[in-house]
Design a binder for this molecule. Structure first.
Ligand SMILES: *Cc1c(COP(=O)(O)O)cnc(C)c1O
Length: 400
């Protein structure tokens, strides 16, 4: 008898192919990456680090993890790399556990302005409950005002500053972040989860000279497995010679048990793929596509925040974000509702949608395809028959 679960997996894979995927944090991993995730490596326990495992039988696993680390260090230009975090949130928690004491001050961009939960979102998160949270905002135009941030940091003297975003459509000035952190002796953690593919693809400023620690997921613009890494930079080691050791200890045994070596192998494959000229072309195309889509929406009269990277936030009318996202879903176009800068609606009923181009760029789309997607989005918002658009999308996607 066929397992119902296998049928559901097939159905989901079909859905992914038949709809336009515009969630900026999503992508399509390569067959090699998928094969590694689904390999026999999932069977093995490997608590510890290469050469220092608690169980026997890890000689090959050690080679695998070491190869992933070597490829990642080369690609990112960091001095030390921990590839064991299960995902982006545990990676950030590990950095906080390694470098902060309870009630220390942690500074991050507000969630509603495009920050992440793990950057000190108050009350309900680990980082917001155990540390004193200082949150900065964006300006009405959607940009970070670095002078304001500098004043806030000088006033409050946080011990750790996060530079990293989930819905920020502009380039992050890591140099300025570095100067601001240095002015009060704070740790600067660059969380490049969303933009890592753009950074290694050479189309976004790298934080490697300016941050002490770099965290990132590997399943977003990097196109790897669900997982994350923590990198320690030269600047980080200069601030604290023990930094790499502290990070490793916080990941294991501080926060995690056995590493997911199947994901670690897949991460190594993704690092190799990201080192190719084809990946650089992909990164360049992700930006071109985002620009083309943003321009199309602007031409049709929408207020668009961005874009200088892979994503944009579009104002679709007060508290209309969720309804528009639902209407687009009915038309086989997948986006998410999102707050806009200085949101005036309730956070549960945001006024924007967030759109990103990495996934459809991976499927081979170019600027003219983005113009078409932009026009389809406008048609749906202006009340065109959703079923008609849904069928058109499904047919069209067969070309990619
Ligand atoms: C996605 C993301 C995370 C969290 O990653 P998960 O794998 O979902 O836990 C953390 N920080 C930023 C900036 C992100 O975009």
């Amino acid at each position: 008898m066929k397992d119902k679960m296998l049928e559901l997996i097939k159905a989901e894979e079909k859905r992914q192919k038949e709809q336009i995927q515009l969630i900026p944090s999503e992508n399509f991993a390569s067959e090699d990456v998928m094969a590694a995730i689904g390999s026999g490596l999932t069977n093995k326990y490997a608590e510890g680090y290469p050469g220092r495992r608690y169980y026997q039988g890890n000689a090959i696993i050690d080679e695998i993890e070491n190869l992933t680390i070597a490829r990642g260090k080369e690609l990112l230009g960091v001095e030390h790399l921990n590839v064991q975090p299960y995902s982006g949130s545990p990676a950030n928690s590990a950095v906080q556990m390694a470098l902060l004491e309870r009630d220390d001050k942690i500074c991050g961009l507000k969630l509603s302005a495009g920050g992440h939960l793990t950057h000190g979102h108050p009350k309900i998160t680990f980082s917001g409950k155990f540390f004193e949270s200082i949150q900065y905002d964006v300006e009405p135009d959607g940009r970070i005002d670095y002078d304001k941030l500098e004043n806030l940091v000088k006033e409050t003297k946080p011990k750790m500053i996060f530079a990293g975003t989930t819905a920020y459509p502009y380039v992050l000035d890591f140099k300025r972040f570095g100067e601001i952190a240095d002015s009060v002796g704070a740790w600067l953690v660059a969380d490049i989860s969303h933009i890592v593919g753009l950074v290694v693809g050479g189309v976004h400023m790298s934080p490697v000279e300016y941050a002490h620690v770099i965290t990132s997921t590997t399943h977003k613009s990097l196109r790897g497995p669900r997982g994350a890494f923590i990198g320690v930079t030269k600047k980080g080691l200069e601030k604290d010679l023990e930094l790499a050791k502290k990070i490793d200890k916080a990941v294991f045994p501080g926060l995690q048990g056995g590493p997911h070596e199947n994901a670690i192998a897949a991460m190594g494959i993704a690092f190799a793929e990201a080192s190719t000229p084809e990946f650089k072309e992909y990164a360049v195309q992700v930006l071109k596509n985002a620009k083309a889509l943003a321009e199309t929406l602007k031409k049709n009269g929408f207020r668009v925040f961005g874009t200088e990277n892979h994503l944009m936030v579009v104002d679709v009318g007060r508290e209309m974000g969720k309804q528009v996202a639902l209407d687009l879903e009915a038309a086989n176009i997948i986006v998410n509702a999102n707050t806009i800068p200085h949101e005036e609606g309730s956070p549960l009923r945001p006024s924007g949608i967030r759109i990103g181009t990495p996934a459809m760029t991976t499927r081979g789309m170019k600027e003219e395809d983005m113009v078409k997607i932009g026009e389809l989005i406008c048609q749906v918002i202006k009340g065109e028959n959703k079923e008609k658009v849904a069928n058109e999308v499904k047919e069209w996607l067969k070309n990619f």
